[in-house]
Design a protein around this ligand. Structure first.
Ligand code: NAD
Ligand code: TYD
Length: 358
């Protein structure tokens, strides 16, 4: 029975991953979720599994050396799936320091603890794996409409967020190169789906539209992101953790490039389609809510992932077409309005006012 140490499991992708894994493997695996519960961490996401005997939550900061060492001494960890991070580009532009602490030093701390627990006289205990959950943003930006990021594309991050994720990837690479540490790195494009915090494009636009608030589109709205349904990302992570060749990097993406303005338009249209004629929110929603605002500083123009390697080596392919995934996502938010209301009270209001001034 394998024991997984999942960091950042109370966040968007981490909680989807835990729910997916416990559904898929049932009682066959143990999961220890290590999360310090920043503004982005929400244990409510994991309510349906919190009673399970093979799931345990530990409120621990990944930068806490003693606590992380202690976890590796207490449990025989087989897999580390490292999600915990500061994850929002806009916040990194305002306050980069916490990004370096969590994303870089937190990663180094986990690497050291796993190395210490797993090393033997002539290498590492068999069957162990560390997986660094990274991002396509480490490759920088594609300047035109053509071309893709491959695993061989030079690293060229622009934002403090992507610079911190790149630094973390390089620490993982250094442990692979120096110690033959059993790690993989996955680099995924933009995720969307249930439980995403409404500072990111899709849930922010859904929430604003439902409240009749302006929809702030940065710059021209023509920047392109490559969207993947979160469960498809979770499947890729599971596959790489099991079958990925040690030391390799795998890009994960679904060839689903969309301009930001297309996404916002689609959200408005889908909401109008889904809400019943009697729903009072229908009157609040229209294309007039779209408001072009000042561009993000250093705004990367286009991201597009080539997932050829993970497809050829491991047979992974995205399963959820965007047209279906976006409907499923919007339906989820409509069914979980209280979840949204709870997390957009208090601190979030202050963040929103400071960030958008509208
Ligand atoms: P998120 O912001 O929703 O969640 C991050 C989680 O990490 C939260 O639960 C938070 O409490 C926790 N955390 C933060 N600092 C911590 C610390 N010091 N110690 C312990 N826990 C801490 O992020 P997400 O969108 O779920 O992203 C998860 C990972 O996937 C990140 O590493 C991110 O870089 C990567 N990623 C995200 C996307 C995306 O589109 N969201 C795409 C590719 C890669
Ligand atoms: P985001 O969800 O923050 O992800 P990332 O910056 O990591 O790709 O943003 C996705 C795109 O949407 C990005 O080009 C910035 C843009 N955007 C807006 O136009 N308005 C917004 O309010 C937000 C949050 C993002």
């Amino acid at each position: 029975m394998k024991t997984y140490l999942v960091t950042g499991g109370a966040g968007f992708i981490g909680s989807n991953f835990i729910l997916y894994m416990l559904k898929k493997y049932q009682e066959e695996i143990n999961i220890i979720n290590v999360d310090c519960l920043t503004y982005a961490g929400n244990l409510e996401n994991l309510k349906e599994v919190e009673h399970r005997k093979n799931y345990k939550f530990l409120k621990v900061d990944v930068c806490d050396k003693k606590a992380i060492l202690n976890i590796f001494q207490t449990y025989d960890i087989d897999r580390v799936i490292h999600f915990a991070a500061e994850s929002h580009v806009d916040r990194s532009i305002r306050n980069p320091e916490v990004f370096v602490n969590t994303n870089v030093l937190g990663t180094l701390n986990l690497l050291n603890a796993a190395k210490l627990a797993w090393e033997t006289e002539d290498g590492f205990k068999p069957g162990k794996k560390y997986l660094q959950v990274s991002t396509d943003e480490v490759y920088g930006a594609l300047e035109g409409e053509e071309g893709y990021f491959y695993e061989t594309t030079p690293l060229d991050p622009h934002s403090p967020y992507s610079a911190s994720k790149t630094s973390a990837d390089l620490m993982v690479k250094s442990y692979v190169d120096t110690f033959h540490f059993p790690a993989n790195i996955t680099r995924c494009s933009n995720n969307y789906g249930p439980y995403q915090f409404p500072e990111k494009l899709i849930p922010l636009m859904i929430n604003n539209a439902l409240n009749g608030k302006k929809l702030p589109v940065y710059g021209t709205g023509k920047n392109v992101r490559d969207w993947l349904y979160v469960e498809d990302h979770c499947k890729a992570i599971d596959l790489v953790a099991e079958k990925g060749r040690v030391g390799e990097v795998y890009n994960v993406g679904g060839h689903n490039e969309k301009k930001n303005i297309e996404i916002v338009t689609m959200i408005i249209d889908t909401l109008l389609e889904m809400l019943s004629a009697k729903d009072p929110r229908r009157k609040l929603i229209s294309h007039d809510l779209i408001t072009y605002v000042e561009d993000r500083k250093g705004h990367d123009f286009r991201y597009a992932i080539a997932p050829d390697k993970i497809k050829a080596e491991l047979g992974w392919e995205p399963e959820t077409p965007f047209s279906e995934g976006i409907k499923r996502t919007i339906a989820w938010y409509l069914e979980h309005m209280e979840w949204m209301e709870r997390i957009t009270k208090g601190e979030y209001q202050k963040y929103y006012e400071k960030m958008y001034r509208m």
